[in-house]
Structure formats: C-alpha cells, structure tokens
Design a protein. Structure first.
Length: 324
C-alpha cells in the first residue's frame, strides 16, 4: 500500500468536519471545539496549527500531511483564534475554557449559596466571566463598543444578584432543596438579560443573511431575534444539568455521616459533579441548533423581503450565523 503523495487542496476546512444538519454531526463538532485539553497546548503548537491551516487555505499542502492531521490543526486553530479577526483569543474566553471555568464557578455558586455576601460575590464572578466569553466570541461584523459591554455587564450582574437575593429571601421557609435551586434561577435570568444586551447592535441593525452559497442578501433584525433566542436557550440548557443534578445528590450526601465528618469535601465534590455534567452538557447544548441557522424569507421583515426579491425572486430560505 503506497502512501498518497499529498492531500488534495480541495477539502473545505472553513466548514466543520461533520455534517451540521444532523444533531450527531453538530455534537461531534462541539465536543472537539469545547475540549478542555486544548487549553494545555503550547504557543508553538498553536502557531504550527495556524501555519498548516493558513498554508492549506492558500493552496500549499505540506508533503506527508494526512487528512486527520489537517482536521486536527483546524480544530486547534479554531479553538484559539477568532474566526473573523484571526487574533489569538483570551485564554479564559475560549470555548475550551468553558468547562473548567464554569465547573469552578458553578460549583462554588452551588456550595456557597447560604450567605448574602457569598451569593453576591459568586454571581458577580459568573457575570464577569460571561462578559469575557461574550466579548471574546463576538461576531466580527459587529464589534461591541466598551460602553455596550459595560451596560450589558452591569445589567446582567444586577439582574443575577437581584434574582438570587430576591429568591433567597422567598425560599427561607421552604424545604432546603429549593434553596439550592436559587443560583440556577439567577443564572437563567442573567442569561436572558446579558446576551440580548451584549448583542443589542444586532437587534437594532440586524445580522447578515445569505443564500446557501454565502452571498449576502441583506441584514435582518428578525434573524437576529431568532439567533439570540436560540443562544439564550442553549446557554440556559448548558447550565441546567450542572445546576439541577448536583443539588439533589449533594442534598442526599450532606445528610450522611461521611460529609458531616469531612465538611471540607463539600466544595470539591460539588465542583466535580458539576464538571461531570458540563463535559457533556456544554457541547450537546451548543449542538441544539445549527451554527448556520436558516429562516424562511416570508418570516423576515417586509423591507428585507423586498430587497431579497429584487436580488433573487426564487429564494425561499436564507442563512445566518447564530453566534455562540
């Protein structure tokens, strides 16, 4: 069996490796994107992946490169560099940092939910982390201004803290297990505030919609609303298992002698349980909706419909990037 001399230069590495019209294909893609091991890669490895990807896109195929190596380089490159600007992203803002960061923050939110200062502190940490993630993964077409970033950050933090403290005071007379769900309600509320505010420019001006070949047909605010709704749903879905399952387990464990004897194990146990949920929930909830979302032309605003009919009267469906 002879080795192929070199790869054909026709593999489309701008798109994910697996079919994105199926949930399974999207899940495989996001398991690669959110793999926390990507955080441990050295700067040299990242630069090497970038070189392979940029050379390949320019039509230069290094001799001996296999298809698997090419895809590996693409996923390393995608994990660290911004798709629109090409700049190296902040380490904590990368998708591969989602699991370890969320695991620590969520674990602590679920562990230290009994006192007001702890609630305030951990909700603030969580929203600061969210602001970094949203800023790092912003869409290249629509840069966020520092004032928009500040508004979204302050509003989401206030929303989360007010929800958490409000619910905490309501649950005083209810069973202990209900109190454990306060952090989840606060995170869900904050996501509903944070994401639309971070992406308010898209809601005002619209996001680019294209035909299936990527030709830009116009900007639509209806598409922006659908994109943001899908992102809010998948973010809340991501947090749900990690914030819903561990409290039940911990509630049972805390009644056992073991945790009463070693109370310092509470936080590490909580963090590990949350991590286990997040390793699966993060990629699976990213995969709920296709990254390249679609919409019937009929569902767009009348003026955008008119614009599209002028360019292509036969067009039925437009596509747009929903963001993460």
């Amino acid at each position: 069996q002879k080795m192929p001399l070199s790869l054909p230069a026709t593999i489309n590495i701008r798109e994910p490796r697996w079919d994105q019209s199926t949930f399974q294909g999207r899940a495989k893609h996001f398991f690669m994107v959110t793999d926390p091991r990507n955080l441990l890669l050295s700067g040299a490895t990242l630069e090497e992946a970038r070189r392979v990807v940029e050379d390949y896109r320019a039509g230069t195929v290094p001799p001996g490169l296999t298809e698997d190596q090419l895809w590996r380089a693409k996923y390393i490159y995608d994990s660290a560099f911004h798709p629109d600007t090409g700049e190296k992203m902040l380490l904590v803002g990368r998708m591969s940092a989602q699991v370890p960061m969320n695991m620590t923050i969520t674990g602590c939110m679920l562990t230290f939910y009994r006192t007001t200062p702890a609630v305030l502190f951990w909700q603030w940490v969580n929203q600061s982390f969210n602001a970094i993630v949203n800023y790092t993964n912003r869409s290249g077409d629509a840069p966020i201004t520092p004032s928009q970033l500040g508004t979204a950050y302050v509003s989401a933090t206030t929303g989360a803290v007010v929800t958490a403290l409000g619910l905490k005071s309501l649950t005083k007379h209810l069973p202990a297990i209900i109190g454990r769900y306060v952090p989840f309600a606060a995170v869900a509320a904050a996501n509903c505030i944070n994401i639309p505010l971070m992406r308010q420019r898209e809601l005002k001006l619209g996001i680019p919609v294209t035909d299936e070949n990527g030709n830009r047909m116009g900007e639509s605010t209806a598409a922006a609303q659908k994109a943001i709704f899908q992102v809010v749903v998948s973010r809340i879905g991501m947090a749900a298992p990690a914030m819903a399952i561990p409290p039940v387990i911990m509630n049972v464990l805390e009644k056992r002698a073991f945790l009463k004897r070693y109370p310092y194990l509470n936080a590490p146990l909580q963090v590990s349980l949350v991590g286990l949920c997040l390793v699966f929930a993060t990629p699976l909830c990213c995969a709920l909706f296709p990254q390249k979302s679609s919409m019937h032309v009929r569902r767009l605003e009348p003026e955008v419909q008119a614009q599209i009919r002028e360019k292509d009267p036969q067009l039925e469906t437009v596509y747009f990037n929903k963001g993460l």
